[in-house]
Design a protein around this ligand. Structure first.
Ligand code: DOR
Length: 438
């Protein structure tokens, strides 16, 4: 099957040009103004922008084990709608993905059931070093240096030293200091106000754990990625560490802060917690200055019933995968950032950091994972339009301009939006296992 996409503004690695792109099978076969090939499908994309599909390097899609919250069927439709063509998923499913066997089983289970491409991290535990050393079909190792949803936690210094010293795969971590969080939780044990969450999981908790893990990465010269950076103070530590260490920020830490608890309550309870307006501003500036490299969602759905439980029982996490790119496109339209930066943070950098084979850029020979963007499309995010199984979004009611109008995964169109009507490919065997060039 050959598809030609004509006349889009194509965001290439080094320039953005109005040109044509030929997809042949699963691959980007040619890029140029005069493609002379008989194609099965020719698309006139005049006025639209063609970008690489988004690589979301931090999601929780809850399969297996927690499918009342989310599953691959709903989550990967949400991805297709959001222009996300590859996701890297966290190990806090049930069972936890903490062995080669569990990883192989998860990959086998996902096969044929995802509309977009999939990869799964292996989680570290206090005693699974041999498994961390044995796995290959994974982007890398996830460490919960502070606990979050689920029971994965590695807080013991000697175990952390061993993981950083004796494994080869890149490591990422949830950085919140367990001792600080526990002491704060004791201090606020009687609190019932959800805003207390940001006092318990405070600035210091994040900073202490980020410093601790970067110290490990530097001493052992181990590539390390700080997940969901939430404070201004962490940025400096990440920057000073140099190229070995990268940092990621999530839309919720860019767009929400403690003042949003009044309006959104537990819907904006997540780990790390939301912080202050100064932190929002510093995180935006750090992206723009190249001090943080990645925007990813930490898509972590829970049902509304669970979220409505009183504090502190209400779980942490929110869904975001279908709106993250649109939220960034809206910022482009506001003139705060440009589209090339968005592509850098959401496509090419995560693909580079996790060594995804042939993904993250529009380049001849790369996989035809693509998103076509209408920068002028006005739309309102609504709970009732969400694909995520949990059926809600903290951005319900937000008016945005700019959206994904087509998504291709490995050369096949999996999503289209035309005159406000969204259609999805029904074949959930489109997404394939992502290969990593470690
Ligand atoms: O808020 C969060 N929820 N942060 C995490 O790190 C985990 C996630 C979840 O799995 O629910």
């Amino acid at each position: 099957m050959k598809t030609i996409i004509n006349n889009a503004q194509v965001v290439l690695p080094d320039e953005t040009v109005k040109t044509s792109v030929l997809i042949d099978g699963v691959t980007i076969a040619e890029i140029g103004p005069a493609i002379d090939v008989e194609a099965d499908r020719v698309i006139d994309a005049t006025g639209k922008w063609l970008i690489p599909g988004v690589v979301d390097d931090q999601v929780h899609f809850r399969e297996p084990g927690l499918t009342h919250k989310e599953d691959w069927y709903h989550a990967t439709r949400a991805c297709a709608k959001g222009g996300v063509t590859s996701f890297l998923e966290m190990p806090n499913t049930i069972p936890n993905t903490i062995s080669r066997e569990a990883l192989d089983e998860k990959l086998a289970l996902a096969s044929g059931r995802c509309l977009v491409n999939y990869g799964f991290y292996i989680g570290a535990t206090p005693d699974n070093l041999a498994e961390l050393q044995a796995v290959t079909r994974t982007p890398g190792i996830k460490i919960f240096i502070g606990s979050s949803t689920g029971n994965l936690l590695v807080d013991d210094q000697s175990v952390l030293e061993q993981i950083f010293a004796e494994t080869k795969l890149p490591i990422c971590a949830h950085c919140e200091d367990e001792a600080t969080v526990r002491a704060n939780a004791e201090r606020y044990a009687d609190a019932t106000d959800v805003a207390t969450h940001s006092l318990i999981r405070d600035h210091q908790a994040a900073l202490i754990a980020t410093k601790r893990s970067i110290d490990l990465a530097l001493r052992h010269q181990h590539p390390f990625h700080v997940l969901h950076v939430s404070t201004a103070a962490e940025i400096e530590v990440i920057e000073q560490a140099g190229d070995l260490v990268t940092g990621e920020v999530c839309p919720h830490h860019l767009f929400f802060n403690v003042t949003d608890y009044d309006r959104l309550g537990s819907l904006v309870k997540m780990n790390p917690s939301v912080k202050h307006q100064e932190d929002n501003q510093a995180l935006w500036q750090a992206l723009i200055d190249g001090k943080l490299q990645v925007v990813a969602t930490d898509h972590a759905p829970h049902t509304l019933e669970e979220k409505r439980k009183p504090f502190p029982e209400c779980p942490s996490g929110l869904p975001a995968v279908e709106n993250s790119l649109a939220l960034m496109l809206n910022e482009v339209n506001q003139g705060r950032i440009d589209l090339r930066q968005v592509v850098h943070w959401m496509c090419s950098e995560p693909a580079r950091i996790w060594h995804l084979r042939n993904k993250g850029e529009i380049r001849v020979g790369f996989d035809a994972d693509l998103a076509l963007i209408d920068m002028q499309d006005p739309h309102v995010i609504r709970n009732e339009n969400q694909q995520t199984k949990c059926g809600w979004t903290p951005w319900d009611g937000s008016s945005l301009t700019g959206s994904v109008v087509r998504t291709w995964v490995l050369g096949e169109q999996v999503f289209q939006k035309e005159n406000g009507v969204e259609t999805f490919c029904t074949d959930h065997s489109r997404g394939k296992e992502i290969l990593f060039d470690h």
